[in-house]
Design a protein around this ligand. Structure first.
Ligand SMILES: CC(C)(COP(=O)(O)OP(=O)(O)OC[C@H]1O[C@@H](n2cnc3c(N)ncnc32)[C@H](O)[C@@H]1OP(=O)(O)O)[C@@H](O)C(=O)NCCC(=O)NCCS
Length: 139
C-alpha cells in the first residue's frame, strides 16, 4: 500500500468510494470539480491510498498557517479495517506538522471511534450554515 498525492484522474474512483460510504450527498462540495479545486489549493493536502495500483481511500484537509483541519476521510468498504485509514491520517498529520502545525482537528459527521483510536479528543462542536446564504441573509 502506498500513500501519494491526489491526481485529477483519481476523481472518478474517489466518487465511487464516497458513494459506497454514503459520503456523496453534495457533489458540489465533494465532486470532481471540487477535487480539482482542492488539488490546486496551496493550503490543502489531498492524499490517496493505493493498494496494488488501485485507489482505495483518501483524506483531505488544510493548514492555514495556524490550524490544521481534516475535512474528509474515506476508505473503500472492501478495504476498511486494514490500517489504510490510519496510514492516510498519519501521513496528512506528518505533512501538516512539517508545514508548522501544532495541532490537528477533524470534522466528523458520524461515528468517532476511529478518530479516538488515533488520538483525537472531542472538544468544540461544529456549527454549519448550508447554504452559506443562511449567514448572508441573517442580518
Ligand atoms: C473511518 C475510516 C476512514 C477508517 O478507515 P479504516 O482503514 O477502516 O481504519 P483503520 O483500519 O486504519 O483503523 C485504525 C484503527 O481504528 C479502528 N477503527 C476503524 N474504524 C472504526 C470505527 N468505526 N469505530 C471504532 N474503531 C474503528 C480500527 O479497528 C483500528 O484500531 P486498531 O489499530 O486498534 O486495530 C473508514 O472506516 C471509512 O471510510 N468509513 C466511512 C466514512 C467515514 O466515516 N469517514 C470518516 C469521517 S470524515
Amino acid at each position: 500500500m502506498q500513500i501519494r498525492n491526489f491526481r485529477p484522474d483519481d476523481a472518478e474512483t474517489l466518487v465511487k468510494i464516497l458513494k459506497a460510504n454514503q459520503q456523496y450527498g453534495h457533489p458540489e462540495i465533494d465532486g470532481p470539480e471540487a477535487m480539482q479545486r482542492v488539488h490546486d489549493c496551496q493550503a490543502a493536502e489531498f492524499l490517496v491510498a493505493e493498494d496494488e495500483n488501485e485507489v482505495v481511500g483518501m483524506v483531505r484537509g488544510t493548514y492555514d498557517g495556524s490550524r490544521a483541519v481534516i475535512y474528509l476521510a474515506s476508505v473503500h468498504p472492501a478495504h476498511q479495517r486494514q490500517g489504510i485509514g490510519r496510514s492516510l491520517v498519519l501521513e496528512i498529520a506528518r505533512r501538516f506538522r512539517a508545514r508548522g502545525a501544532g495541532s490537528i482537528s477533524v470534522i466528523v459527521p458520524g461515528d468517532a471511534g476511529f478518530w479516538k483510536k488515533l488520538g483525537f479528543r472531542q472538544t468544540t462542536r461544529v456549527m454549519q450554515a448550508f447554504p452559506i446564504d443562511e449567514v448572508l441573509d441573517s442580518a
